[in-house]
Design a protein around this ligand. Structure first.
Ligand code: PXP
Length: 255
């Protein structure tokens, strides 16, 4: 049964790169928790932060403060490690998004290989559920990975939109269309087997609307572009504009 059609769409704002700027100088400014407060007032529906193994941006104390000081649901993005599981049980976030992590990558480069790691990921998902965190698996838009995600018992997948972003950046219409079709088919399939569908990575004012128009998608998680754009228009205005673009297309607007 598909629940597509009337679902509202939520915006999760990833504030990692506020911490990147802070860490460039050390110290406390700009504070990602203050950024989260601001985006909450601008209409964000949740806050996402990725605690990487190397702590290159978000640090443990940011996670604790985000949970304590922000009223919005906290989505704790992380690799599936024992250290992160311990922190999740301490912080008690609303949700956890499991991502692959590679020390040398600039950003999360691909989705999780859930199909190849069922016996590792399924127990991890159960542990998250026992802690009370809603597990989401970050996967490429591939049916095989989505079927495997369902088998782990995770209630949510997040579709990696990085290949679509790359195609849009290269302004290659045929590639953009092909990558978009993969996201759309993946969202339809995931919804049809009862998964909640999120998406994210590389979304901008220019490429968000086709993705936001896919009715099965319940949430987009967006970070780098919003923090970058805040240099020019301010973070609150950037979040408001992103939300407007997402909602306009969802309520029948064209792009
Ligand atoms: N979702 C996930 C799972 C991610 O790893 C990232 C990047 O950290 C994002 C969304 C947001 O991507 P971007 O910063 O490119 O908007």
């Amino acid at each position: 049964m598909s629940s597509a059609g009337t679902k509202p769409i939520r915006l999760g704002v990833n504030i990692d790169h506020v911490a990147t700027i802070r860490n460039a100088r050390g110290g406390h400014h700009p504070d990602p928790v203050r950024a989260a407060q601001l985006v909450a007032t601008a209409g964000a529906d949740s806050i996402t932060a990725h605690l990487r193994e190397d702590r290159r941006h978000i640090i443990d104390d940011d996670m604790r403060r985000l949970k304590e000081e922000i009223d919005l649901p906290l989505n704790f993005e992380m690799a599936a490690t024992a250290e992160m599981l311990q922190l999740v049980s301490e912080v008690q976030p609303h949700a956890c998004c499991l991502v692959p992590e590679n020390r040398n990558e600039r950003t999360t480069e691909g989705g999780l290989d859930v199909a190849g790691q069922h016996n590792f990921i399924a127990p991890f998902v159960r542990e998250l559920s026992d802690i009370g965190a809603r597990a989401s698996l970050f996967v490429d838009p591939e049916k095989r990975q989505i079927e495997a995600a369902k088998l782990t018992g995770a209630p949510v997948i997040e579709i990696h939109t990085g290949a679509y972003y790359e195609a849009a950046t290269a302004t290659e219409p045929a590639r953009i269309a092909a990558e978009f079709e993969k996201i759309k088919a993946a969202a339809e399939f995931a919804d049809s087997i009862g998964l909640e569908v999120h998406a994210g990575h590389g979304l901008t004012f220019h490429n968000v609307q086709p993705v936001a128009a896919i009715p099965q998608i319940a949430e987009l998680n967006i970070g780098h572009f919003l923090v970058g754009e805040s240099v020019f228009m301010g973070l609150a205005e950037a979040v408001k504009e992103m939300k407007r673009l997402m909602q306009d297309v969802r309520t029948g607007g064209h792009y």
